[in-house]
Write a protein that binds this ligand. Structure first.
Ligand SMILES: Nc1ncnc2c1ncn2[C@@H]1O[C@H](COP(=O)(O)OP(=O)(O)OP(=O)(O)O)[C@@H](O)[C@H]1O
Length: 590
C-alpha cells in the first residue's frame, strides 16, 4: 500500500485516484471469480458450436453412455441425450434466469427504496405497506400456483420471482437512504438548489451502491438456484435444459452413473459461489478496503534514534508517530507524520495548531481511542516507561480514567442525557477505583465542591440538560481528576464555552494541576490559552510538529514562519481600529 507524498509539502498526502476497474483488476478474488463466470458464460454462448447434438435430441445408443463415447464427450443421460449439450444449454438458462430475476428485483427495489426512503412520511408509508404485503406472499408456492399463467415458461417465472425478491432490495435501500438523507451534506445539497433527482443520484445512490452490488450478486445466485430448484421438482417446461432437471435425473442414477449427477451440481455450485464472491470483491472495491485496527499494525519497536536519555525519563514520550487512514479507494492518507513530543510529570504542554493540523489525532493516539480503521505506520508512544501502542484494549482501559484522564471539547455531548450527573460521576469513580457506592458518592460531592460548583448536592441530582455548559465542563473535570491521574489530556476544553467561563476553567485546570502534580497535555488552537496555561508548547501543522519549545521563548522569538504567522494573527488589545466600521459607512448623518 503506497502513500503518495507531495514533494513541496511533506505534511500533506494525497491518495492516487484509482478507477474501480483498475482496483478490481488488482484483486485476485475479483479476477478469479469474474474469469470463471466469463468462461462459463462464453461456454454457454458457444453451446451449439461445442456440442454436436441439441439438448433434447435423444438417441437409444447414447442411453447412459459413458464419458468419451464418440459424439458424447461427457456421455449420455438416461434418456440418451448429450450431457455436454444439456450442460452448456443449462448455463444459458441459468444466465437468463439470473439476469431477469436480479434486474427486476433491482429495478423495483432500488427505485422504490430511494423514493420511500427519501420522500416524506406519506410516500414512505405507502411503499412500506406495499412491500410488506409483497413479503407476506409465499414465494415458491405462488410460483407453482401461477404455472397456468406463466405456461411453465421459466422467463415469466423469473419475472414474478424478481418481483417477489424486490422487497429485500427495497428494505436495504430504504434503510440506507433514511440514514443518509439527514446528513448535513445532503442538506447542503438541498440548500444549494440541487433537484431531488440529482441529490438522489449523486449523493444518496453513491452511499448505497456497495450494498446494492452485493445484493444484486446474491439475487442473481438466488434466481439461478430457484430456477434449478423448480426444475428439480419438475415444475415448468421439460424441454428447457436446466441444472435442476439434470441433477434430478442424475439423482435417480446416482449409484450407477454418479457423473450424471456430479457435472450439473459442480457447474451450479461454481456459478452461484462465483457470483457471491464476485459481489464481495466488488463491494470491497466500491466501499474501500477495511484495514486492521491500529494496534495490530504497530511496527516492531525500533531504537528511538531521536530521543535522548532525558526524554526517556519523561512521563510521556511520543516518538516519530505516523498515523494514516484508508481512503475509499484503499490508499492510505497520513494524518500524522513523524510526531515527536515529550511531557514531564507535573508540566503543562500546549499542543497548538489550526483546525485539522492533527492535534486531536495525537491526543486520541495517546488515549488509545483511535478509530478501528486508523493505521499506525511507525513510531511509539511511551507512558511511564510502557509502550502504549502494544497494550491490549483491556490494559488501555485500566490506564484510561486512572493514570490518563481526558477532558473533552464538548462537555454537553459527553454527558449521557438519560442519567443524572451524580450517577455518571459515581459510575466513573467506581470503575476507576472500585470503591463502594457510598464512598464514590461522597467523593463525587467533594469533587463537585472542589471544581467550584456552588451547590454540589443539587448538581449531583441534576440531569445534564439542567446545568450550564460551564458547569458541565466542571463536572467532567471533576470526573477526570477523581482518580488523581498522572496525565490529563484536555482537548480544547474551553472552546465550547463562554469567554468569561473559559478563564475560570483554565484557572481551575491550573489549580488542580498544581494540587495533584499532574502533567497536562492541553490541545488548543488558541495561543492565548497557551500563554495563560502552558510552560511549553508544540506547534502542529499538516500532521507534523513544526516547532516546540518553552512558551516564553517561542512567544519572544518564534523560529518557524508558521508559528510567526499564527502569533501574528493574535488580536492585541493595543491595536485600535483605524478604518470606519461597516455599519457607519454610507449612513446618512441626518
Ligand atoms: N476517522 C478519520 N478518517 C480519516 N481522516 C481523519 C479521521 N479523523 C481525523 N481525520 C483527519 O485527520 C486530520 C487531523 O484531524 P484532527 O481532528 O486531529 O485535527 P485537529 O487539529 O484536532 O482539528 P480541530 O481543532 O478542528 O479538532 C484531519 O485532516 C482529519 O480530516
Amino acid at each position: 500500500m503506497s502513500v503518495e507524498i507531495l514533494a513541496e509539502d511533506p505534511g500533506l498526502t494525497v491518495p492516487a485516484r484509482t478507477s474501480v476497474l483498475r482496483k478490481l483488476v488488482k484483486d485476485p478474488q475479483a479476477v478469479i471469480t469474474a474469469s470463471l463466470l466469463l468462461v462459463v458464460v462464453v461456454l454457454g454462448a458457444l453451446a451449439s458450436v461445442l456440442a454436436e447434438h441439441g439438448p433434447n435430441e435423444a438417441s437409444l445408443d447414447a442411453i447412459n453412455a459413458g464419458p468419451g463415447t464418440p459424439g458424447y464427450p461427457l456421455g449420455g443421460d438416461q434418456s440418451g441425450r448429450d450431457i455436454l449439450s444439456r450442460l452448456l444449454h443449462s448455463i444459458n438458462t441459468s444466465v437468463v434466469s439470473a439476469l431477469i430475476g436480479a434486474s427486476v428485483a433491482l429495478t423495483i427495489g432500488v427505485t422504490f427504496g430511494l423514493i420511500g426512503g427519501y420522500f416524506g412520511r406519506r410516500i414512505g408509508g405507502l411503499t412500506e405497506w406495499i412491500f410488506s404485503l409483497l413479503m407476506t406472499f409465499p414465494g415458491l408456492l405462488l410460483l407453482i400456483v401461477l404455472l397456468p399463467v406463466t405456461h411453465g415458461d421459466f422467463r415469466a417465472t423469473m419475472l414474478i420471482f424478481g418481483v417477489l425478491l424486490s422487497p429485500g432490495i427495497y428494505r436495504l435501500v430504504r434503510n440506507l437512504v433514511v440514514g443518509v438523507k439527514n446528513e448535513l451534506y445532503v442538506d447542503a445539497a438541498r440548500v444549494s438548489g440541487l433537484s431531488n433527482l440529482r441529490i438522489l443520484g449523486r449523493h444518496v445512490l453513491v452511499v448505497v451502491r456497495g450494498p446494492i452490488v452485493i445484493a444484486a450478486a446474491f439475487m442473481a445466485g438466488t434466481s439461478i438456484a430457484l430456477q434449478s430448484g423448480l426444475a428439480f421438482l419438475g415444475v415448468g417446461s421439460t424441454t428447457v435444459p436446466s441444472f435442476g432437471a439434470m441433477i434430478s435425473e442424475g439423482f435417480t442414477n446416482l449409484y450407477t452413473e454418479p457423473l450424471q449427477f456430479l457435472w450439473p451440481s459442480l457447474l451450479l455450485g461454481l456459478m452461484t459461489a462465483s457470483l457471491v464472491l464476485l459481489g464481495n470483491a466488488l463491494r470491497d472495491t466500491l466501499e474501500g478496503v477495511k484495514l486492521t485496527p491500529a494496534k495490530l499494525t504497530v511496527p516492531e519497536r525500533r531504537p528511538a534514534v531521536a530521543t535522548t536519555a532525558a526524554e526517556d525519563d519523561s512521563l510521556l514520550v511520543v516518538d516519530d508517530l505516523t498515523l494514516a487512514y484508508p481512503t475509499p479507494s484503499g490508499e492510505l492518507t497520513e494524518v500524522l507524520t513523524g510526531v515527536s513530543l515529550r511531557l514531564d510529570a507535573g508540566e503543562t504542554l500546549g499542543l497548538v495548531g489550526e483546525s485539522g493540523s492533527g492535534k486531536s489525532q495525537t491526543a486520541f493516539a495517546v488515549l488509545g481511542l483511535l478509530p478501528a480503521e486508523a493505521v499506525v505506520l511507525r513510531g511509539s508512544i511511551r507512558f511511564a516507561g510502557r509502550e502504549l501502542l502494544r497494550l491490549s484494549e483491556r490494559e488501555l482501559r485500566r490506564l484510561r480514567g486512572r493514570s490518563i484522564a481526558y477532558v473533552p471539547q464538548e462537555p454537553m455531548s459527553n454527558l449521557d442525557p438519560s442519567f443524572t450527573v451524580g450517577a455518571q460521576l459515581v459510575e466513573g469513580i467506581r470503575a476507576a477505583s472500585g470503591v463502594s457506592r457510598r464512598e464514590a458518592r461522597d467523593r463525587a460531592l467533594a469533587l463537585l465542591g472542589r471544581v467550584g460548583i456552588p451547590d454540589p448536592k443539587h448538581t449531583f441530582a441534576s440531569y445534564p440538560h439542567q446545568i450550564s455548559g460551564g458547569m458541565a465542563q466542571r463536572v467532567l473535570i471533576a470526573g477526570a481528576v477523581a482518580s488523581r491521574p498522572q496525565l490529563l489530556i484536555a482537548d480544547e476544553p474551553t472552546t465550547a464555552l463562554d469567554v468569561t467561563v473559559q478563564a475560570e476553567i483554565l484557572d481551575l485546570l491550573r489549580d488542580l494541576q498544581q494540587e495533584l502534580g499532574m502533567a497536562v497535555l492541553l490541545v488548543t488552537h488558541n495561543f492565548g490559552v497557551v500563554a495563560d496555561a502552558c510552560g511549553r508548547l508544540a506547534v502542529m501543522r499538516n500532521g507534523a510538529i513544526v516547532e516546540s519549545g518553552t512558551t516564553v521563548d517561542t512567544f519572544r522569538a518564534p523560529q518557524h514562519p508558521y508559528t510567526r504567522q499564527l502569533l501574528g494573527a493574535i488580536l492585541d488589545q493595543d491595536t485600535v481600529r483605524t478604518d470606519t466600521p461597516a455599519v457607519v459607512v454610507g449612513t446618512d448623518p441626518e
